[in-house]
Design a protein around this ligand. Structure first.
Ligand code: SF4
Length: 684
């Protein structure tokens, strides 16, 4: 797959990693990716991941031909044979068990067009079981914000967020995970006086810039946020005019907060009560306070309720519907927003219309010729749990659930229970090892289409070259599969622009957008038919629900799923600057591996001393679900009683330790709180 065999040219496209959406292009002068002046990275800035992006394009491990399993081993095969096998196996499964026995994992790392085509394929086949890994990162944010505000997305644009007087960052680490957002938008504002409040069990690069740090105990966000709400109400920091005009449910919340004891809640949340009060005042007493949130909030079995408690703070203080305010979930992958927007979710159609909505189904039927089924399908983790039972066949596009789903030992067993698994990816990932057919995919520099970043900007991707060997653009492969499995005419597109035109007809938020209109810039949703530009600040006059008012909600704390014995610690997982998600891409980058080759377990000095652990020791981390061995990083940066590791590495595969209990609404797993035993492995 050496790029020297292929020709690349410099055409502006979008970074394949995080949801910030920086523009970049292949640079023929140095054979690497370089930043372009895009709508987000106005001066062409890139973080280390963006700089390393070309490493995966010309990696020696790239798949160049389809692989099919013969007598337990993979052999290369022509496309025709790979397609024949999929068509026959999926056809048999549908004939015997019905279409709901198939499930489709779309990808928040693929384009809007690829996701749209895959969900169309699933729905035309007769199942809504199509999901993407947004399920695992922000489904709870989308659920709570969708219900209360009518849109599960950043309420504001990065540009107007520069105008905030205070940032309340809860369960997110933008300095490392959204580096260009932090560097180019937040850091300059902080430098000019914007207060930063950071709520995170771990002191990290974001904390370094913070005025207030609340090192919350994992799983205890609700007591903390309720206590902050109590301070806001008690000290008269509410926005009374906003409460009168735009909010309902204040009396009920106030009655609930009457019984909240700030000191007791702070104690439960493991933070200093005075510091909590100071943080509440810092956020609520300014004219413009903006909330950012991330997976520290969302990845709990009470993730949706966590976000509900956060929304209360924004509503109490009137921090919605104006520049420099709002609630702003920082999305992880480069198209996690778009994958949901275009319907790669089991409960909603393109544009977040419920599958149960008859009108919405009929509108799609008018476009597709077949009506989607009316019952919601299975979410990613539900589907994996049903492998071998209700689910017999799966198609996984550009995701690596064998590593990213919780309780990974169980997940691996479940994959073996499938009758037939197809994986489409750049590499033989950990998930591909379980497959019956592996289709070689296209990398960022080999695809056209659009992606939607974290602040709702739709930008265009442009191929800089062709995929290696016999690999083909993902969209072509998905369309051919659609033609074979469903209907040739429905998947006969003349390239990504034709798919984009169709998806704008059925996705109301995208209705007025066009390829030409986006050009080298962006168009932001909502962009209704006839609009001249998208809307930067949502909910100015009415909420996305169509209502003038949003509801305040009483949110009660529920304990984490794992109880923690005296000799146990709480494992919380997360990301670091140099790597990305399952590491399928970033662990194949020479630059990024040189920057950070191995994982470590952050452990507090007191917890380490109590176990005879010294910095650099190999430690064994275990619970009933699994065991990993990893080097200890003894640091006061992690709160006492908590340990931290990333989920980027295949070894240690930290997700063998995480639990798979799901939030009842969003079906997101509880990644952020797992009871573990930690012991030293020293040879002496
Ligand atoms: Fe890519 Fe995100 Fe880094 Fe920008 S901030 S270069 S989009 S990884």
């Amino acid at each position: 797959a050496d790029s020297e065999d292929r020709e690349f040219e410099a055409r502006q496209t979008i970074c394949p990693f995080c949801g910030v959406g920086c523009a970049l292009a292949y640079d023929p002068k140095n054979g690497k990716a370089t930043g372009r002046e895009g709508p987000v990275n106005a001066r062409g800035e890139l973080c280390p991941k963006g700089v390393a992006a070309f490493d995966v394009v010309d990696h020696d491990d790239r798949l160049t031909k389809p692989l099919v399993r013969e007598h337990g081993r993979f052999v290369t095969a022509p496309w025709e044979e790979a397609f024949d096998r999929i068509e026959a196996a999926f056809g048999d499964i549908v004939a015997e068990h019905g279409p709901d026995a198939l499930t489709f994992f779309a990808s928040s790392n693929c384009t809007n067009e690829e996701n749209y085509v895959l969900q169309k394929l699933a729905r035309m086949l007769g199942t809504n079981s199509v999901d993407n890994c947004a399920r695992l990162c922000h489904s709870s944010t989308v659920a709570a914000m969708g219900e209360r505000f009518g849109a599960g997305a950043m309420t504001n644009s990065m540009a107007d967020l520069r105008e905030a007087d205070a940032y309340l960052v809860v369960g997110a680490n933008p300095a490392e995970n959204h580096p260009i957002t932090f560097q180019s938008y937040l850091a300059p504002a902080i430098k000019s006086g914007t207060t930063l409040i950071h709520v995170d069990p771990r002191a990290n690069a974001t904390t370094k810039q913070a005025d207030h740090h609340l090192p919350v105990r994992p799983g205890y966000d609700i007591p903390l946020l309720n206590a902050m709400a109590k301070v806001v109400v008690e000290e008269g920091l509410t926005d009374e005019a906003f409460l009168d005009e735009r909010v309902e449910g204040y009396d009920a919340l106030r009655a609930f907060l009457d019984d909240v004891d700030v000191d007791r809640n702070a104690d439960l949340a493991g933070v200093d009560a005075d510091e909590l009060r100071a943080a509440a005042r810092a956020y609520a007493s300014v004219e413009r306070g903006a909330i950012f949130t991330g997976m520290g909030m969302s990845q709990h079995h009470c993730g949706t309720d966590n976000v509900h408690a956060l929304l209360n703070l924004a509503l109490l203080t009137g921090n919605v519907g104006k520049p420099g305010s709002g609630v702003n979930p920082l999305r992880g992958q480069n198209n996690v927003q778009g994958a949901g927007d275009v319907g790669a979710l089991p409960n909603v159609l393109p544009g977040y219309r419920p599958v149960t909505d008859e009108d919405a189904r009929e509108r799609l039927a008018a476009e597709w010729g077949i009506e989607p089924p009316p019952m919601p399908g299975l979410t990613e983790v539900e589907a994996t749990h049903a492998f071998g039972d209700e689910v017999r066949g799966a198609f996984v596009l550009g995701e690596n659930p064998a590593m990213t789903e919780p309780n990974a030992n169980r997940v691996r067993e479940q994959f073996e229970r499938l009758d037939f698994l197809v994986v489409q990816d750049l590499f033989r990932t950990e998930t591909a090892e379980h497959a019956d057919v592996v289709l070689p995919g296209s990398a960022w520099a080999e695809r056209g289409g659009t992606v939607t970043n974290t602040d709702r900007q739709v930008q265009r991707m442009r191929p800089n070259g062709d995929p290696p060997g016999d690999a083909r653009p993902d969209l072509d492969v998905l369309c051919e599969l659609g033609a074979r499995l469903v209907d040739a005419d429905a998947f006969d597109y003349d390239g990504p622009e034709a798919v984009f035109e169709e998806l704008t007809r059925v996705t109301p938020q995208y209705a007025g957008m066009s390829y030409d209109g986006i050009g080298a810039g962006s168009q932001r949703w909502p962009f209704p038919e006839g609009a001249e530009e998208g809307t930067a600040v949502l909910h100015r006059e009415t909420f996305g629900t169509g209502e003038k008012r949003a509801e305040l909600r009483v949110v009660e704390h529920v304990d984490p799923v794992d109880s923690v014995d005296d000799d146990e610690l709480v494992l919380t997982t997360g990301r670091v600057l140099q790597h990305f998600n399952s590491g399928a891409l970033s662990r194949r980058s020479g630059i990024l591996v040189r920057l950070r080759g191995e994982d470590v377990l952050q452990i507090h000095p007191d917890d380490a001393a109590a176990r005879g652990i010294e910095d650099g020791d190999e430690v064994r981390v275990s619970n009933d679900r699994g065991t990993v061995t990893v080097e200890a990083d003894v640091t006061p940066g992690i709160r006492h009683g908590t340990v931290f590791a990333t989920f980027h590495y295949a070894d240690p595969l930290v997700n063998v330790l995480t639990g798979d209990t799901l939030d009842p609404v969003a079906k997101i797993p509880e990644y952020k709180h797992s009871a573990v035993r930690v012991s030293v492995e020293r040879a002496d």
